[in-house]
Write a protein that binds this ligand. Structure first.
Ligand SMILES: [Fe+2]
Length: 429
């Protein structure tokens, strides 16, 4: 309607899980579960983490407080709707009044979904965001969930989202609702010491893209005004999310290379654990945009790439790798929307920007990301994980199934823009 100006948003919301952080924080989990009123726990983890012994130790700590624990260790890396339904089927055979997720994003997201599917039974697809699923809201409160991350990456211990690969549609999609947020995140950097360099690198890349995407997403006050019940979980960049994201970018710049080089560098592990949580708080409110939207089909359409360092024989693209691969091309594309934010991110990564020409300024953030990717062993572009120009139409189609994420892009993005980005992302060096 010509001449009508719609009001823009004036309100932002910051929500996060309570967090217990620090070396040895896990030792207090019995106390915390009791405090949350839990008597019988379902522990959700994967087989590899179970073999390393942490779930058994947590079950013992819970037992000391008189809390019974059943351990489910069938979580799949990069979970599918089928693997989540299987976990929920197992859970329905057990009695529990609280859940503990132990692992990376795969375990925590599976646990969130199990909590939802056992509290309010329905096919997972009913709850998955449109257009992949039906986008049904979470009907009511869930059981208390304590999330214990073993990687510094997803920040899933503080976010309201769970992501799954939907097999039939060959695409990744999420359930997002504030009631999915864990009741407590126990972030103990000691639990990340066992992550191999490749896992540390991909998880750290996820932190960085969360933070830079949230920092550059369309600001909350450039979006339409919402009625309170309709205000989405991802509200856009705002003064509070900026604070969390800036610190996360700075810590990744200073500590990720160190943690990949030497997994026992405790100082680096502590700061990356902080960074993952800070970025989780930032993006859990501001929201991510194009790199995460493109990442979903990058992961979903994988053919034969089996990542080194991961305990899988199945082809898969680790989430962190799938988000960092398109990131340099995306931030080259978004630079003009907020040059000052893109350059600030570069500075926070430890790269000076004073005295650069305009052309160099435009290239500064892609350049800083590419330098980091090379140093931590991320592949050189989409072609290095098996994609070619002929895959671009399918990758575009998959990305367009993420309208919720694309809506956060700081400039309008459709098939022609995605084509530019995907071609640019094929090979960086
Ligand atoms: Fe992510």
């Amino acid at each position: 309607m010509k001449g009508v100006t719609l009001p823009t948003e004036t309100v932002f919301v910051m929500e996060m899980s309570p967090i217990k952080f620090g070396l040895g924080a896990t030792d207090e989990i019995g106390y915390d579960a009791r405090r949350l009123g839990v008597r019988k726990v379902l522990v959700v983890t994967d087989r590899h983490i179970a073999e390393l012994g942490l779930p058994e130790r947590v079950a013992g700590l819970l037992g000391e407080q008189g809390i019974k624990a059943d351990v489910y260790d069938g979580v799949e890396v990069e979970p599918t709707d089928r693997s989540i339904e299987e976990a929920a089927d197992y859970a329905r055979t057990k009695e529990f009044d609280g859940l503990v997720a132990i692992g990376g994003g795969s375990a925590i997201d599976t646990c969130k979904a199990v909590n939802l599917l056992t509290c309010y039974p329905a096919p997972l697809l009913d709850y998955i965001n449109k257009p992949v699923g039906k986008g049904a809201p979470v009907p009511g409160p869930l059981k208390p969930l304590i999330a214990v991350p073993t990687t510094a990456g997803t920040g899933s211990e503080t976010t309201a989202v769970a992501v799954a690969h939907v097999i039939d549609q060959n695409v990744k999609a999420g359930v997002s609702h504030r009631l999915l947020r864990p009741a407590l995140g126990v972030v103990d950097p000691l639990n990340t010491l066992s992550a191999p360099p490749e896992v540390t690198a991909a998880a750290g890349a996820d932190i960085l893209t969360h933070a830079v995407e949230s920092y550059t997403t369309r600001p909350y006050d450039a979006r339409p005004k919402h009625h309170p019940p309709d205000r989405p979980a991802y509200i856009g960049a705002n003064p509070a999310s900026d604070v969390w994201c800036e610190k996360a970018i700075e810590y990744v710049g200073r500590y990720l290379r160190r943690a990949v080089l030497n997994g026992l560098d405790l100082d680096a592990r502590v700061h990356l654990a902080l960074a993952a949580n800070y970025a989780g708080i930032g993006f859990g409110n501001a929201g991510v945009h194009v790199p995460h939207a493109v990442a979903y089909p990058i992961a979903g359409l994988v053919r034969d790439f089996v990542p080194p360092g991961y305990r899988t024989r199945h082809p898969l693209v680790p989430h962190g790798m799938s988000v960092i691969l398109p990131a340099p091309a995306v931030f080259r594309f978004t630079y003009a929307t907020s040059p000052e934010r893109h350059l600030r991110a570069v500075e926070l990564l430890g790269v000076p920007v004073a005295g650069l020409s305009e052309a160099e300024r435009r290239e500064a953030l892609p350049g800083a990301l590419i330098a980091l990717m090379r140093d931590i062993g991320i592949p050189s572009g989409l072609s290095a994980i098996g994609y070619a120009e002929r895959d671009v139409p399918a990758l575009i189609e998959g990305t367009l199934k993420q309208p919720r994420l694309l809506a956060g892009a700081p400039r309008t993005i459709g098939a022609p823009e995605l084509e530019l980005i995907l071609r640019d992302a094929m090979q960086y060096w």
